[in-house]
Design a protein around this ligand. Structure first.
Ligand SMILES: NC(=O)c1ccc[n+]([C@@H]2O[C@H](COP(=O)([O-])OP(=O)(O)OC[C@H]3O[C@@H](n4cnc5c(N)ncnc54)[C@H](O)[C@@H]3O)[C@@H](O)[C@H]2O)c1
Length: 282
């Protein structure tokens, strides 16, 4: 896809972090925006920023883990702009917990948001995007979609699934010579508030108790805070990631890797798989 001006982009999880970075990159190219998120205040702040730049923008409350919300997002986009060209399935959550200790409810929540969200996005939006003569679907996976590290079992499963979803889709689109292309974003550490947002969104037990005592302490020093401190130190700016995504769309790249040198670990893993079938460190 080469032309961006006046084209319509839908970004889930677009109110903050990487999604907001994508929205900023799209706004710079005069695209029309639909920002979808669970956080209305953050969406309103983002929309005000874009209106100040004379960009057409609307917001829509949407829980990507609910098919009816994703369908309503598509309806709203078509009612507002009459077309959709770019979809970014970006909303995501994650909580670090050893596999055997993760509650089934957390497995379900993370996979519902991180994997079913993009599946619903592709199912719902692809037929609409295909009506255009050009278009693109990007989904946000992670380095955790390429190599499975410790304590992120549900996140790793979901993000590996997102890579598989997008690779399958891109192969199918090329086989039928579609005007639509697909890509997958696999970020390393990016300076965002994903950890504290995830702690905030984590579902409660049916009895109303939050099941995360280890992730929240009375002093407010939670796992999210610690991870965000690491990200703030070594992470990339999400606006830089937004530029990488639009560059990949313009150049027909499938893989969007924010830390390409980290893929050495994947090479090492494949080498050990071939040589002695051992599992390397992630
Ligand atoms: N920050 C990183 O280091 C990093 C690394 C790899 C991958 N990622 C991925 O990048 C994506 C964006 O995360 P981020 O780091 O910008 O975090 P973020 O928390 O800043 O942004 C995520 C946004 O998604 C929204 N959201 C959460 N659950 C939702 C739901 N069910 N429906 C709709 N919106 C929802 C949040 O309100 C938030 O605005 C995620 O898919 C994440 O897994 C992030």
């Amino acid at each position: 896809m080469k032309n961006f001006e006046s084209r319509v982009a839908v970004i889930t999880g677009g109110a903050s972090g990487i999604g907001l970075g994508m929205a900023r990159a799209f706004a710079k190219r005069q695209m029309k925006l639909v920002i979808a998120d669970l956080d209305q205040d953050a969406m309103s702040a983002a929309a005000a920023e874009f209106r100040g730049m004379n960009i057409d923008v609307v917001t829509k409350l949407c829980d990507v883990s609910r098919l009816e919300d994703v369908e309503a997002l598509a309806d709203y986009t078509m009612e507002t702009y009459g077309a959709v060209h770019v979809l970014c399935n970006n909303a995501g959550v994650g909580i670090p917990t050893p596999t055997h200790k993760m509650k089934l409810q957390d497995w379900k929540w993370i996979i519902d948001v991180d994997l079913w969200g993009p599946i619903y996005g592709v199912q719902t939006f692809l037929p609409l995007i295909e009506q255009q003569e050009e278009g693109h679907i990007n989904s946000t996976s992670s380095m955790a979609g390429l190599i499975a590290g410790r304590k992120m079992g549900a996140y790793n499963v979901a993000k590996h699934g997102v890579v598989a979803l997008m690779a399958t889709l891109e192969r199918e689109l090329r086989a039928k010579k579609s005007a639509v292309t697909a890509s997958v974003l696999c970020p390393g550490p990016i300076k965002t508030n994903i950890s504290s947002h995830s702690v905030e969104y984590r579902p409660e037990n049916p009895d109303g108790t939050v099941q995360t005592p280890k992730h929240k302490s009375v002093k407010g020093q939670n796992t999210g805070d610690r991870m965000e401190a690491v990200m703030a130190e070594i992470g990339l700016d999400p606006d830089e990631v937004g530029e990488m995504v639009i560059d990949a769309i313009a150049r027909d790249k499938f893989w969007v890797l924010t830390h390409p040198r980290w893929t050495k670990a994947i090479g090492n893993m494949l080498e050990s798989m071939r040589a002695d079938q051992s599992l390397t460190k992630a």
